[in-house]
Design a protein around this ligand. Structure first.
Ligand SMILES: [Ca+2]
Length: 530
């Protein structure tokens, strides 16, 4: 269903009444909730409607003199941490037998571990555009990874970028009063740090520190970072720690200067995408379990990410903003295939138990790690098995921020507010991916409830849709439908399409309807070469 409903919630300031740190009242027009904190009560950290029977008891137990009323924005800070090509099975908490990820394992145990979390595409650029816009990246015209735009191409790929008209998470949160910043891999344009295309600042980030694509020459001592339009030059250290440093510094400075203003930080690590480089000290610890030196370096690369995440989470605690900061951790796509290209020789990412790898439309292409942590609002130790997507971040974050959505904005996800309290989410349309350059033959995929559906298109591999090929794409019909029950077959091993024609027909129709709608609303580029 197209989400055209404008959110009417006005941006009234919230006032917090604190009573001996034992409970707080958040007062907003139309929304009156009581949060119980630090109480020996089994439903600690829950919000209660104003009529909850505990309220009068608690009020009687306090004195007015203990109450301080102060104007304070109680909306959460939000941090998105995204890895590059992290395998679904690469973290300890997702079952890796060797890689040590204690910080991410703890983050999951303190929040929600998502078993069925999806990125918006099986490759870098579209995945990031989908996350930032809350829409299938095809709508923005970003179909495949974006090469540098230094040469005109017949398929117009040199033009591809997230256009200025796209509505993004940072734009919406900034309008709602948030401070916004990003650090790491951008990969949403072909002309990075050029006035010819929108840059991270144009996408809504007040502060940005990034690279067009990978850290170069590798994760070690990168030379290609740009901060707010100014090339930084060589930096000593490893990319994920450098990116974490930028985040820690920016967040710390922001808390000093504007402690009452909530912030959004997008932290996009380059690891563990090639070209991989890892600290010797960590690599050494894996030499006894890794088959090769390069596998040990890959394992160390993921552990280095874990250490960077640990430093960020420790900073939130030291700044005393841990309780009111939502941190999400995920990956842009699945693991790279070892030696798929010449320099992909460290790519020992683990897709198990999923089928495929990065660039596939089977589960390993885009089912990724998904961890959500927000101690003030999310109960610890939850495991979430509903299908969730990075498409859901925009509707979730804008709701938390009370931000207005533009009229007629077509979104492809749903808000995840309910999962904090174990409620089922409502998804008005299935998750659909159309990746025309997939390694496997089924270029279109759908997740609907427990069903995974794959379909072929009678098309050659395409990296872009443009005026020269759009008619051929429009004429291509979905065919050779495959159906899998992911509840019992996470590895997509048993195609049920032939066993259950009625189910297959129903799912095929649903996929066709949603795919056609997406195609009709996908941006089409015009090549400069006729
Ligand atoms: Ca990637």
């Amino acid at each position: 269903m197209v989400n055209t409903k404008k959110r009417k919630k006005p941006h009234f300031p919230a006032y917090r009444i604190s009573v001996n740190r034992s409970f707080t009242l958040n007062l907003r027009p139309l929304i009156l909730t009581v949060e119980l904190n630090n109480l020996p009560y089994p439903m600690n950290h829950k919000s209660y409607p104003f009529w909850h029977p505990l309220i009068p008891v608690l009020i009687l137990l306090t004195t007015w003199s203990a109450i301080s009323l102060r104007g304070e924005d109680s909306r959460p800070n939000i941090i998105v941490i995204i890895c590059d090509d992290l395998g679904y099975g690469d973290l300890g908490v997702y079952g890796h037998p060797y890689i040590q990820t204690p910080n991410l394992d703890n983050m999951a145990s303190e929040g929600i571990l998502c078993t069925d979390f999806y990125s918006t595409a099986p490759v870098c650029s579209p995945s990031r555009v989908g996350l930032l816009t809350g829409r299938s990246p095809n709508r923005a015209g970003v179909y495949d990874w974006i090469p540098p735009g230094n040469a005109v191409r017949p398929d117009a790929r040199e033009q591809v970028h997230m256009q200025a008209s796209e509505v993004t998470i940072p734009k919406l949160l900034k309008e709602a009063g948030y401070a916004t910043a990003m650090a790491g891999k951008w990969h949403c344009n072909s002309l990075f740090n050029s006035p010819e295309q929108p840059q991270p600042g144009d996408a809504g980030f007040d502060h940005w520190f990034g690279t067009q694509n990978n850290a170069a020459p590798s994760h070690a001592n990168p030379r290609n970072f740009v901060r707010n339009g100014e090339p930084v030059g060589p930096i000593e250290g490893y990319s994920c720690q450098i990116v974490a440093d930028e985040g820690i510094h920016w967040i710390s400075e922001h808390q000093k200067k504007n402690p009452d203003q909530p912030f959004f930080f997008y932290m996009a690590f380059h690891e563990p995408h090639e070209p991989i480089a890892s600290p010797e000290e960590i690599t050494a610890s894996y030499r006894t379990v890794a088959a090769t030196e390069k596998e040990a370096a890959y394992f160390a690369n993921v552990e280095n990410v874990d250490r960077a995440v640990g430093r960020v989470l420790a900073t939130l605690k030291s700044l005393a903003i841990d309780e009111n900061t939502l941190v999400v951790f995920t990956s842009d796509n699945g693991p790279e295939t070892l030696n798929r290209y010449r320099t992909a020789d460290h790519s020992w990412g683990r897709a198990e138990p999923l089928r495929g790898m990065k660039l596939w439309t089977t589960e390993a292409g885009f089912r990724v790690a998904g961890i959500l942590r927000w101690p003030g609002r999310i109960q610890s130790g939850q495991v979430e098995r509903q299908a969730l997507s990075a498409l859901d971040f925009l509707p979730t974050f804008t709701k938390l921020a009370g931000a207005d959505l533009p009229e007629n904005l077509q979104l492809d996800g749903t808000d995840l507010i309910g999962i904090a309290t174990g409620k089922p989410i409502t998804r008005s349309k299935p998750l659909v991916w159309a990746y025309y350059n997939a390694i496997n033959e089924h270029r279109v995929a759908m997740r609907d409830g427990n069903w995974k559906v794959l379909a072929r298109l009678d098309l050659p591999k395409l990296q872009n849709l443009h005026t020269g090929n759009i008619q051929t794409v429009m004429d291509a019909q979905l065919q050779t439908i495959e159906v899998y029950d992911l509840t019992h077959d996470i590895g997509e091993a048993r195609n049920l399409a032939g066993d259950n024609p009625r189910l297959t027909k129903r799912l095929s129709k649903k996929l066709t309807n949603n795919y056609r709608e997406l195609l009709e609303n996908s941006h089409i580029w015009t090549p400069q070469i006729p």
